[in-house]
Design a protein. Structure first.
Length: 202
């Protein structure tokens, strides 16, 4: 099945309902313009440690409103996990996943030494993060699995980690390995910080 990008932000196919280990109902769906306040609250609540590991863009309230208002799923699809365990409106945003369609030039250059047989335009650069207080509580895996599912449905060839994963973040490295990512090599950025390049073929 092939998805039409124009329909992706609002089609139910881009959504995934699940129940966490505590029986609470969660919904994974695309980020939407009305999410500005909730997304700003989510980004502002990320700890300094999380910000060292996750920095794909400025993690500010201003940027939250800009990204919420920008709907370009043919370039970048942004997914969020929201709490739906209550009987009324959605609860807070608990997780966030970036799916950048096609690799940036600096990523193509970084991957050149690995001599892969791949098409950069058909790959996706991925970056997930879970809210403070909700990490290691079973939210990251459903978010990643749904992102990989959408990438396959969109006819993508492979997924890489946006900016790699820091070698000292062993929990994240093991997380990706459990979900089929393979280490290709490492690079240093910024100075003194080693990062692993990993890929997941689809």
């Amino acid at each position: 099945m092939s998805l039409v990008f124009a329909d992706l932000t609002y089609t139910p196919f881009a959504e995934q309902w699940f129940t966490d280990g505590e029986g609470r109902v969660r919904l994974i769906r695309p980020l939407r313009p009305r999410d500005g306040d909730a997304f700003a609250h989510f980004l502002s609540g990320l700890s300094e440690q999380t910000r060292q590991w996750f920095a794909p863009h400025p993690l500010t309230g201003e940027m939250a409103f800009i990204l919420s208002a920008t709907q370009e799923p043919d370039k970048v699809l942004r997914l969020v996990i929201v709490d739906r365990s209550g009987s009324g409106a959605e609860g807070p945003i608990l997780g966030y996943l970036i799916l950048q369609m096609g690799l940036a030039l600096h990523e193509v250059e970084r991957f050149a030494p690995y001599a892969l047989d791949y098409e950069p335009a058909l790959c996706v650069s991925l970056a997930p993060v879970v809210a403070e207080g909700w990490q290691s509580m079973g939210l990251g895996a459903p978010l990643l699995r749904h992102g990989l599912h959408l990438c396959r449905e969109l006819g993508r060839q492979a997924v890489i980690l946006m900016g790699g994963v820091q070698e000292n973040n062993r929990r994240a490295v093991h997380f990706y390995q459990r979900h089929g990512f393979h280490r290709l090599g490492s690079f240093e950025w910024p100075t003194g910080v080693m990062n692993d390049d990993m890929i997941r073929w689809l």
